[in-house]
Each structure stands twice: as C-alpha cells, then as structure tokens.
Design a protein around this ligand. Structure first.
Ligand code: AMP
Length: 209
C-alpha cells in the first residue's frame, strides 16, 4: 500500500502513521523527521534547512524532493510506504509523480486529516509536554508563534495539492477530531476499500494517467 497522509501540524499524522506501520508493516517516511536528522547531523541539507524550519517556513521543493527520491529507492519501500509531510506543494506533488512513475509505483490513496484549527495549539502543546516529561528535546518549532506560521504555510500551499489528488480520484477526507483509535478505524475502512479496488485490477500504466 502506498499512502500519503495530509494534514496541518498537530493533525495526528505521525500518530496515525505509527499505527499504519504496525498494522501494514510498511515504512513511515516523514520529511520533517528526515530534515530534523539532517539538521542534527549538520549535513549540507541540514545546514540549509535549519533556519527555515526554526522559522516555520518550508524548505525548498528541490531539496525535499531530493531526500524523498533517495529514500524511496531503499528496498523497504518496495512493498509500500506512508508519506507524512510530503508533498506540501503542487511542485512537490508533481515531482513525486515523476519519481513514482519512473519506479512504476503509483500512489494508492491520499488521506487528508481534517481538524479544527483551534485544537492544533493544544495538541502541539501536549506534544511538547510529553517530550519534556520523557526527557526528550522539545522541537524548536513546537511553540505557539511558529505553529501559527506553520499552519499558515500549510493552508497557503496545500489547496492545489488537495485538488490535484482529488482530480485523480485518490483523495479521502477523514475527521481527525476523534480519539486515536476512532481515527485509525476510519482510515482502516478507507484502506480496505482501496485494497479491494486495487485488487480488482487496473493496470499500473493506467493509474499514472
Ligand atoms: P513536520 O515535522 O512535517 O511538521 O515538518 C517540520 C518542518 O520541516 C516544516 O515546518 C518545514 O520547515 C520542514 N518540512 C517538512 N516537510 C517539508 C516539505 N514537504 N516541504 C518543505 N518543508 C518541509
């Protein structure tokens, strides 16, 4: 199963991705995590990304598409993957399309987690508190000012991505306001029906049109 999870910061993408990793045994590809590792390791990409991330701004499309392309080549992606936090712009969606077409690996389903924007602040605050309690470092962008910027970046750039996947018939909106298990079961229902339609045999070449 090749899955894209869309949703603003704090929508629960990471939590649901974890559930999908355990249920389907496919890897979780979070561009935020990849970029944070690059920052921690102070690679060239990490150095370019650091200030933008701390300010809640997007890292350039070509940089992010490059790290995703590299990650998708790894053998664990052959049976599927969950993309979290990518694509975030139409250019990234188009780049992803090219990468996946070359690999004959079409996206099966796009899940868009819908959340009330007022809840996002509380969720991010909860995430920071959990990290503190567990003795982990709090993300430098998990604070109210930067969150505002991240949500506005998300909202400003995601509409064409949503429209793009909708036009391909891949988009499913999911109410992300329930508890974790309730949201997971909504996603499960979508994945079951997606799996059924994939198995009913459309050719890969047709799925790239
Ligand atoms: P996230 O963990 O998905 O909330 O991402 C944290 C930060 O990493 C974002 O605020 C951006 O600065 C950067 N980032 C993650 N994914 C992308 C992406 N697809 N395009 C551009 N920047 C990204």
């Amino acid at each position: 199963m090749r899955i894209i999870l869309l949703g603003p910061p704090g929508a629960g993408k990471g939590t649901q991705a974890q559930y999908l990793v355990e249920t389907y045994g496919i890897p979780h590809l979070s561009t935020g995590d990849m970029l944070r590792s690059a920052v921690a390791a102070q690679t060239e990409i990490g150095k370019k990304a650091e200030a933008l991330m701390t300010a809640g701004q997007l890292v350039p499309d070509d940089v992010v598409a490059g790290i995703v392309a590299e990650r998708l080549e790894r053998p664990d992606c052959k049976t599927g993957f969950i993309l979290d936090g990518f694509p975030r712009t139409l250019v990234q969606a188009q780049e992803l399309h090219k990468i996946l077409r070359a690999a004959a690996m079409p996206i099966d389903v796009v899940i868009s987690l819908q959340v009330d924007e007022h809840a996002l602040g509380n969720r991010i605050e909860g995430r920071a508190m959990e990290a503190r309690a567990a003795g982990r470092e709090v993300r430098s962008d998990d604070n109210p000012e930067v969150l505002k910027r991240r949500v506005s970046e998300y909202n400003g750039k995601i509409s064409p991505v949503v429209e793009y996947y909708d036009s391909l018939g891949l988009l499913h909106a999911v109410n992300g306001m329930g508890d974790i298990a309730a949201v997971s079961s909504l996603i499960d229902a979508i994945l079951s029906s997606t799996r059924f339609s994939i198995n009913s045999g459309q050719q890969i070449a047709d799925r790239f049109k």
